[in-house]
Ligand binder design. Structure first.
Ligand SMILES: [Zn+2]
Length: 137
């Protein structure tokens, strides 16, 4: 299961418990401790879960294998093949990369993209290596 859903579910559970406890308190002063201890962190967890889910969705829309493109920490220690200059893309990716981008590590299928691309290449800059697309226009 997506960790984002788990985080959000925990948050929802905390809120349910929090509101249940609050409803049993006759005064606002007695409700506040429950509000602070359960409801607010619960809401924060729901937000955090939503952020995680959104991040996962964005990564999957990146289209790379297993949706890892766009996620940090993808840098492997595999040897690079000397790519340094120009813009690079993956056949199944939707980002343009610098030649030394960690997301290209161990990806011999990566190909160099002409800076005056004909439109068949992806046009979005990789969020990891942030290639300079200005000169590509
Ligand atoms: Zn990149």
């Amino acid at each position: 299961m997506d960790v984002g859903w788990v985080v959000a579910a925990v948050g929802i559970g905390m809120d349910v418990v929090g509101w249940y406890q609050i409803s049993g308190q006759p005064t606002e002063a007695q409700q506040l401790p429950y509000l602070a201890s359960a409801t607010i962190p619960g809401a924060a967890l729901i937000v955090a879960g939503a952020v995680l889910i959104a991040a996962r969705r964005r990564a999957e829309q990146g289209g790379s294998r297993g949706g890892i493109e766009g996620l940090a920490g993808a840098g492997s220690t595999q040897a690079r093949s000397g790519r340094r200059d120009g813009l690079w893309a993956l056949p199944d990716g939707s980002y343009l990369h610098r030649g030394d981008c960690p997301l290209l590590d161990g990806k011999p299928e990566a190909f160099e993209v002409s800076r005056d691309a004909d439109g068949s290449a992806p046009s979005r800059a990789c969020p990891i290596c942030e290639p300079d697309l200005v000169s590509a226009a």
